[in-house]
Write a protein that binds this ligand. Sequence first.
Ligand code: BGC
Length: 738
Amino acid sequence: MSFDVDDILTQATTDELARLVCGDGTWHTSGIERLGVRRVRVADGPHGLRVELGASLGESRPATCFPPAVGLASSWNPALLKRVGQALGREASEQGVDVVLGPGVNIKRSPLGGRNFEYFSEDPLLAGTLASALVYGLQAEGVGACVKHFAANNQETDRMRVDVRVSERALREIYLPAFEKVVLSAHPWMVMCSYNKLNGTHVSQDPWLLTDVLRGDWDYDGAVVSDWGAVLDRVESLAAGLDLEMPHELGNSDVEVADAVESGQMSRELLELGAARILALTQRAVDAVRPAGPVDAAAHHQLAREAAQESMVLLANDGVLPLAPRAKVALVGEFARSPRFQGGGSSKVNATTVERLVDTLAARRRVTFAPGFLLSGEFDDPLVDEAVAAAEASDVVVACLGLPDAEETEGQDRTHLRLPDAQLALLGALAEAGKPIVVVLSNGSAVEVSPWLEHANALIEGWLGGQAGALALADVLVGDAEPSGRLAETLAVRLGDHPSSLMFPGETGFVDYGEGVFVGYRGFDAADREVAFPFGFGLGYTTFSYDRLVVKVTGTPASRDLRVAVQVTVTNTGDRAGCEVVQVYVGNAPASVPRPPRELRAFTKLRLEPGESRTVTLPLDARAFSFWSQVHGRWVVESGLFTIEAGPNSRDLPLVQELRLDVPARRARLHAESTIAEWMADEEAWAALMARVPGGASIEFTPGVMAVMAGQPLRRFAKYPDVPLTAADVDAVLASHG
Ligand code: BGC
């Protein structure tokens, strides 16, 4: 039933409004029954719904389990994400859920992050674009999205208390843009604040983040909810812009809020502001037009299969794939029988059905299965011997390796990047059998591949494939589908190479994001560090050439209408159809601040027939050339030379063009701590200062002296006895020219 928000605010008592800004139990808002305001129901479900049947993190209703974000992100395909979002929306509708708690768009700062499987990428543009598509699809079905965990929640270690110490520049350029993009382009009904502290303040009570940035800079008009249990002080959090506390047992924080209003500690207007947003959320849920009729579970399973095909990244292939039609296959590895297809924690779905490679591959090739290792990680020599015997009797080995369930879960970070020892020993033994080996990985976050890559004739990074992952794997192995994923995160040679490695997960109580904006490939490239496989990388079963780059500029940064159209021509040079992800990166060096050599600024996924050529145009705006200036507190495009590179991955960019942008320099304001060089750069101010030197003289420096003195604040220099100026002279000029 529809209602008028203002009417309700006028009629509701303070107690009723206080209850409205607190949840009712674990999965509902409170509503005001007396006034006809119903409760809003939320449920987890970034890659499949989790409607709990009883205890927290216990049993849940069956739902389609799509590949988690790590897989979906590797598709680099917003159209696919939109369809997955729509399917989630339909399942949510059927189960009476108004808002799905997802997607999670936090940046993968370290490959050890325990929830990396639930997050998209190390790159904010990729994460933001894909998450926006998912949110758009979900909300198109009349179900709200709740983008999470806002913000800088990039580790599980001490996640509820850790103080993330990070520069505003790194926040604005790396950790916030995925949220910003989702908010501005997909308008999620809700945003969930994270548990951690940000530069000293608990996010749940941080007015800068929840109000100034989210509502001020990005104009967000939806509701902000706490992560489950993130609120310390309900009154402070409400004042900071947190509209809803979850979960909540009525009779606690709602009483604190009502008391604060009664005692005058908090104004009723402030309470009404939060309550109005919950009412608006309720109104959206009430007005939503939702599809009628039951969910087509088979169609959703098929979509999960398609999504998994697009998520798989073929990292190496000497020609052994696709498997020859008559090949006798030794299918080795317990994961072929007991698939790992999702991670642990609040996103864990009770899948409607789960495919197994022992069945799906056996339906298409002659297969002998040998488990090869125990999921517990214990060594078992007879299992290895059995697997080696199967390998010897076959033409090719498909080895299903990966991370055990227990290593990838919410609440806990990993400590290393290695596959379990028992699996590595198995792979070594299989290699001795001398048959070609296809390694298929099941893991939700990056593992080290370099130490054993020589044993793999082909390597498929299957990530966590969701419930239909094994169908998709069989499709890809036999060549009925192409593995068309690309890496959404860098695979390092070793953990220590990661820019964040010395500062993850921090010390007692805090973590310093000392690598600043140099996260993922931005850091690897800046340090010129070798990688196992670069960001954006992925092979297919065909090949492509990049032939032409045309860059067309209209507008200017100064007039705020800069538009750069990047045209790229790509040709499928192989003999089968295939997908390519065209990636465009922008770099700006030298600049007045350290900038990454290149940053992903646009991408598109194409499907081309053999021999087909296509020219695509990727648009860039001023933001693609900007950095966040800490000095000015805003985005800045500087005059200078920019490189625009296009190609198949961040380390293979065959098309390059330089672009010169001229931006009229704004006069830098001089102040008491401005240096001699800064004063001399301001001709007018310097002349005014020289006019104060007694006897019409002026101050001049030899190059050698200048090298030493350029960085001295002039006002302090003026205090030297032999300098013919005083601090008072400097102040006088500052008064007119500062
Ligand atoms: C998680 C959220 C989740 C919530 C509800 C929290 O522990 O961080 O992602 O949505 O629980 O289950």
